[in-house]
Design a protein around this ligand. Structure first.
Ligand code: ADP
Ligand code: MG
Length: 705
C-alpha cells in the first residue's frame, strides 16, 4: 500500500498487482519506472472493441470484434503450415488462421467452444479470414463485458504485450481517484502545474482529465481522434509539453542574459575599412541585420542571435563584419562550419578579405595534426590568432582561447540543439562569455524557429543581392540522359561550367564516394572533350582544396560531386547543375544545392534527373522546386511533406523529439505556447523547473556538465 499524499512519480510500478521483478525490468526498457511514467506512456492509437459485430455483416478490410462458436479446427499443410479454425454465429461463418501456434492453442480452439476475437478481416483462401486474431475463450455461463471506451494500443516491447500494458495502465489510472477534478486541485497524486489562469485562458482540460481522455477515450470518439489532433486530452498534453520545451529554451536565454560579455564595436574602424574595400555595397537586408548584430555586440550580456537568409543572400559578409567588431577590440573570433569543405571555403574567403586588414586568420580541423596543430593551438592560446576557422574541432578541450569574444556558427542546421547548448556551456566553463551568432543554410519554417530556436533572437535577410537571375529548374527522367549530356556540352562550349551531383541512399560515406567515382568515369567516357573533376568527402583536405581551386579558375569544366558541395561553395561561372536522383533528398537540401548556381550574371539551370518510376508524391515534391526559388516557401513545404525530424536532421533529435506534440499537427498551438511562456516567466516562475523536469527530465542535464 502507498501512503496518502504520495505523488505518483514516487510510487514504483512494483506496487501494482502483477508487476514483479521480471516485468519491472521490461518496463524500465521503455522508460517506465513509476506510476507517473506509466500515465505518461501514451497510446499510439485506438481500437474499437465497444461492440460485437455479426459475422455475416463483415466485409474485407474491416477490423472487427466478433463472437461465435468453433465449428472445426484443423492443421492445414499448404504452402505454409497453418491452423485453420472456422467460427460461426447465427449470421454466418469466418475463418481464423494462425501461422504460429501451439498445441495448447489448438486444444483451446476445440469445436463447440465459444470464442471472442478481434482482428482485421481479409479475403483469403476460403472466403473471409482473420490472420492471428487476438482471442479469448468464453467459458460457459461467463458473460464477457464489452469495453465501454476505445481500446488503447501502447508502444510495447518484447515480452510486454498490450493486454498487460492495458491492465497496469488501468490500475495506474485508478490512482487518479474517483473525482479527478477535485484531486487535481488538491494536488494529491499528480500535480497539475498549470495555473488556473492558463487553463481558462487557453481553454485547456485539467491534467487528470487529459490523462483519462487519452488512455480511455469515450465510445463516441473517432478512432483517428489523436492523429487528427482533436483529442482535447492530447491537446492539453501537447500544449504542456511544448510549453515545457519553450520554457527550457527560454531559460537558456535568460540565464545567459545574466552573464557578462565584452562590449564590442565602440570604434569599429576595421569594419569601416572592410566596407570601403568591398566591391559591392550591402543590401538593405544586410544593413538591417548588421545593425541588429552591432547593437547586440555593444551590450554587456552575450548576444544569442540567429541569422537567417536564403541561399546566396550574403550572410558571410555580415559574419565578417561582426567578426571585425570583436577583433577591433582585441578579442578573438571562432568561426565553426559543419563540414571541412565549407570551413575551407570560409578560410580561403576570410584570408583574402582580411589580408589587407592585417588580421591573422587560423585554421583548425580534426585532421590538423603534428607541428601544424601544436603551432595553431599555441597561436590561439597566446592570442596571436585573431580569427580561427574550422570544424567542431574548434571546441575540443585542448583548444584554449586567450580572449574569445565571438563565436560564429555557420549552417546551424547541421549541428544539434545539444551541440549548440553544450558549446555555450563550454565557453562559460572557461570564464568567457562570448557573443554568439548562429547562421542557417536555408530559412527555417516559422514553427521550427519558434520551437527549436526559441533561445535565440532572430534576424532575417529578406532579399538577395541585386542582379541575381532566378535559376530555371527542369524535372527530367533518367531515360533522357543523352539530352542532359548535350546540355552539358552546350554549357561548357559556351565557356560556362557545370556541376553533376551524385546522391545515394547508403549511409556509408565510402559507398557514396565510390559511386561518385564511377559516375565521373562514365561521364569522362561520354564527354571526352570536357575536363572533369571529382570531389567527395573522403578526399584529403589538400586534394579537395586543389580540385576546388581548379574548378574556380576554370581549368575544370564539369565537377562531379557528392552532396559535400551542398553548402558554401561559390563559383559564379557555374551555370548548370545536374542532380541525379533528387527524389532521395529533402527540399531544403535540394534548394541548398541549387543555390550553388545562379551566382553569376547569366541564366542558370538546374536539372533534376530523377529515376523512373517516380511516385505521385515524389513528383509533387520535385515540382515544388520547379515552381519556387523562395527558400522560405520551400522550407515550409519541406516541413509539411517530411516532418520536423527530417527537416532539422537526425542531429536534432533529443531536445526536439516530442512525446505528444507534433510540430506540424500542432503548429497552431505555438503562438499560444509563446504567450503562455511569457505569462509563466512573469507570474509563475515556480512551475518552470517542475515542468521541465516532467517533460525533458534528464535530457537537459547534458548542458550543465
Ligand atoms: P550565403 O548567405 O548563402 O552564405 P554568401 O555569403 O556565400 O551567401 O554570398 C553569396 C555571394 O554573394 C558571394 O559571392 C558574396 O560575395 C556575394 N554578395 C554578398 N553580398 C552581396 C551584395 N550586397 N551585393 C553583391 N554581392 C553580394
Ligand atoms: Mg553561406
Amino acid at each position: 500500500m502507498t501512503a496518502a499524499g504520495q505523488q505518483l512519480h514516487q510510487i514504483p510500478v512494483t506496487c501494482l498487482k502483477g508487476v514483479g521483478a521480471a516485468l519491472e525490468k521490461k518496463l524500465h526498457v521503455i522508460g517506465i519506472h513509476n506510476l507517473q511514467d506509466l500515465l505518461f506512456h501514451l497510446p499510439l492509437r485506438y481500437e474499437d472493441r465497444t461492440r460485437l459485430v455479426s459475422i455475416g455483416s463483415i466485409s474485407a478490410g474491416e477490423t472487427v470484434q466478433i463472437q461465435g462458436e468453433v465449428l472445426s479446427t484443423d492443421i492445414q499443410f499448404g504452402r505454409r503450415r497453418s491452423l485453420k479454425c472456422i467460427l460461426r454465429d447465427n449470421s454466418g461463418f469466418i475463418t481464423l488462421r494462425f501461422f504460429h501456434f501451439s498445441n495448447a492453442q489448438k486444444n483451446s480452439l476445440a469445436p463447440g467452444s465459444q470464442i471472442r476475437c478481434y482482428g482485421e478481416a481479409r479475403r483469403g483462401r476460403s472466403g473471409l479470414e482473420i490472420f492471428h486474431p487476438e482471442y479469448k475463450v468464453v467459458r460457459e455461463n461467463e458473460s464477457l463485458l464489452i469495453d465501454d471506451c476505445l481500446t488503447s494500443i501502447y508502444p510495447a516491447t518484447e515480452g510486454l504485450g498490450q493486454a498487460k500494458l492495458r491492465n497496469i495502465a488501468t490500475q495506474a489510472l485508478a490512482y487518479l481517484g474517483e473525482n479527478p477534478a477535485e484531486l487535481s486541485q488538491t494536488n494529491t497524486f499528480l500535480d497539475d502545474f498549470l495555473p488556473r489562469e492558463l487553463i481558462s485562458k487557453f481553454n485547456l482540460h485539467s491534467l487528470v482529465d487529459a490523462i483519462r481522455l487519452i488512455h480511455r477515450p469515450p465510445i463516441e470518439a473517432p478512432l483517428n481522434w489523436s492523429s487528427e489532433g482533436k483529442n482535447p486530452g492530447q491537446h492539453r498534453l501537447a500544449f504542456e509539453e511544448l510549453l515545457a520545451h519553450r520554457l527550457c529554451m527560454r531559460r537558456f536565454k535568460t540565464d545567459s542574459e545574466q552573464q557578462a560579455a565584452p562590449r564590442l564595436g565602440a570604434a569599429a574602424n576595421l569594419s569601416k575599412k572592410f566596407l570601403e574595400q568591398l566591391p559591392f555595397s550591402l543590401t538593405k537586408g544586410q544593413q538591417r541585420v548588421y545593425q541588429e548584430i552591432a547593437d547586440d555586440l555593444a551590450k554587456a550580456c552575450p548576444m544569442l542571435r540567429l541569422l537567417q537568409g536564403d541561399v546566396g543572400s550574403g550572410k558571410t559578409v555580415v559574419a565578417a563584419l561582426s567578426a571585425l567588431h570583436a577583433i577591433d577590440d582585441g578579442y578573438q573570433v571562432a568561426l565553426m562550419a559543419p563540414t571541412e569543405l565549407l570551413a575551407e571555403q570560409h578560410f580561403a574567403n576570410f584570408c583574402q578579405w582580411f589580408d589587407t586588414l592585417d588580421i591573422k586568420v587560423g585554421w583548425l580541423s580534426g585532421k590538423t595534426k603534428g607541428r601544424a596543430r601544436v603551432e595553431q593551438l599555441d597561436s590561439v592560446g597566446n592570442g596571436e590568432c585573431q580569427l580561427l576557422i574550422g570544424t567542431h574541432a574548434l571546441f575540443q578541450d585542448e583548444v584554449d582561447y586567450k580572449k574569445l569574444g565571438l563565436i560564429i556558427i555557420d549552417e546551424q542546421h547541421r549541428f544539434g540543439v545539444h551541440q549548440r547548448l553544450a558549446l555555450r556551456e563550454k565557453a562559460n566553463r572557461h570564464q568567457l562569455n562570448p557573443h554568439q551568432l548562429v547562421m542557417t543554410a536555408t530559412p527555417i519554417p516559422r514553427t521550427l524557429a519558434m520551437s527549436a530556436y526559441a533561445d535565440l533572437d532572430n534576424s532575417v535577410i529578406d532579399e538577395l543581392p541585386p542582379g541575381r537571375i532566378p535559376v530555371n529548374t527542369a524535372i527530367i527522367s533518367s531515360d533522357r540522359r543523352p539530352q542532359v549530356m548535350r546540355r552539358i556540352e552546350q554549357a561548357c562550349s559556351a565557356n560556362s561550367q557545370a556541376y553533376w551531383v551524385c546522391t545515394l541512399i547508403e549511409e556509408s560515406e565510402a559507398l557514396q564516394c565510390q559511386a561518385a567515382e564511377v559516375t565521373a568515369e562514365h561521364l569522362a567516357a561520354q564527354l571526352p572533350a570536357i575536363s572533369i573533376g571529382l570531389i567527395h568527402g573522403r578526399m584529403k583536405p589538400a586534394e579537395k582544396a586543389e580540385v576546388m581551386q581548379q574548378f574556380k579558375q576554370g581549368h575544370l569544366q564539369l565537377l562531379v560531386a557528392t552532396t559535400v558541395i551542398e553548402v558554401g561553395v561559390d563559383v559564379p561561372n557555374a551555370s548548370l547543375m545536374v542532380i541525379e536522383n533528387p527524389e532521395r533528398l529533402g527540399l531544403a537540401q535540394l534548394h541548398q544545392l541549387r543555390g550553388r548556381v545562379g551566382r553569376g550574371s547569366t541564366h542558370s539551370h538546374c536539372i533534376l534527373l530523377y529515376q523512373t518510376p517516380l511516385s505521385k508524391a515524389g513528383k509533387q515534391r520535385l515540382s515544388v522546386m520547379r515552381e519556387s526559388t523562395d527558400g522560405f516557401y520551400i522550407a515550409e513545404k519541406d516541413l509539411e511533406l517530411r516532418g520536423p525530424g527530417q527537416v532539422l536532421g537526425t542531429q536534432q533529435t533529443g531536445l526536439m523529439s516530442f512525446k505528444v506534440a507534433d510540430i506540424s499537427r500542432d503548429a497552431a498551438l505555438l503562438d499560444q505556447v509563446r504567450d503562455a511562456s511569457e505569462i509563466v516567466m512573469k507570474k509563475y516562475p515556480e512551475i518552470i523547473d517542475p515542468l521541465i523536469q516532467r517533460w525533458l527530465g534528464d535530457k537537459v542535464n547534458y548542458a550543465n556538465v
